[in-house]
Design a protein around this ligand. Structure first.
Ligand code: GRF
Length: 195
C-alpha cells in the first residue's frame, strides 16, 4: 500500500479525485496526510470530511523557504510516506527538499508538457497561452518533480481538443476533468511499478 501525502493550496478537486480513488478497496494507495500552505484552502474541508489528517504550514509564518520546508518535513516525519502528490500546490519547492524525496514527488499540470510549463504558467495563464498559440490539442500531464519547474519526467498525459470558441475558463474546465482521471491513474501506475 503506497502511503501518500497530498500538498494543496486551494480547491483541492484533484485531492478529491485521489480521495475517491483511494476509497476503492483494491486501490493500492492511501492518503496519510493533507498539507496546505493556506489555512483557508477548501481542500482541507474535503480531507476532513474523508477523515484524513490535515496540517496547515503557512508559508507566511516563515522567514525563508528552508524554514517553511523544515516545518513541512516535520509534518511528514514518522508517517512512512512513499509519495508526495502536489495537487494545486502553489509553492515552488527547493532543490534541497526535492533531493530528500528522489522520484517521490509528483505533480499535475494543466498542459501537455513540455509545452506551456514553467514559472508563471499556472491556472488561466496556461489556457490563455494555449489558445493564443492556436493549439488544436491541449491536456494535462502528471510528472515527477525535479528542481526545474514542470520539466520532470512525464508519467502520463491525457488530451482534450481545443475548440474554436474556447475561453481559458471553458478549456480549463475540460482539462481539469482529465486531471481528475489522470492523477489517480498515475498513482496507480507508480504503486504497480514499486510493488
Ligand atoms: C489544477 O489544474 C492543477 O493542474 C493546477 O491547479 C489546479 C488545481 O486545482 N496546478 P484543484 O485545487 O485540484 O481543484
Amino acid at each position: 500500500m503506497l502511503k501518500l501525502a497530498v500538498f494543496i493550496s486551494g480547491s483541492g478537486s484533484n485531492l478529491q479525485a485521489l480521495i475517491d480513488a483511494c476509497a476503492a478497496p483494491d486501490y493500492p494507495a492511501q492518503i496519510e496526510v493533507v498539507i496546505s500552505n493556506r489555512p483557508d484552502a477548501f481542500g482541507l474541508e474535503r480531507a476532513k470530511a474523508a477523515g484524513i489528517e490535515t496540517a496547515v504550514v503557512d508559508h507566511k509564518d516563515f522567514g525563508s523557504r528552508a524554514e517553511f520546508e523544515a516545518a513541512i518535513s516535520l509534518e511528514l516525519e514518522g508517517r512512512g510516506i512513499d509519495l508526495i502528490c502536489l495537487a494545486g500546490f502553489m509553492r515552488i519547492l527547493t532543490a534541497d527538499f526535492i533531493a530528500q524525496w528522489p522520484k517521490k514527488i509528483i505533480n499535475t499540470h494543466p498542459s501537455l508538457l513540455p509545452k506551456f510549463g514553467g514559472a508563471g504558467m499556472y491556472g488561466e495563464h496556461v489556457h490563455r497561452a494555449v489558445i493564443d498559440a492556436g493549439e488544436k490539442i491541449s491536456g494535462c500531464s502528471i510528472h515527477f518533480v525535479i528542481p526545474e519547474v514542470d520539466q520532470g519526467p512525464v508519467i502520463l498525459q491525457k488530451t482534450v481538443k481545443v475548440l474554436d470558441n474556447d475561453t481559458p475558463e471553458t478549456l480549463a474546465g475540460r482539462v481539469i476533468e482529465q486531471e481528475h482521471i489522470a492523477y489517480p491513474e498515475a498513482v496507480y501506475k507508480i504503486a504497480q511499478s514499486r510493488a
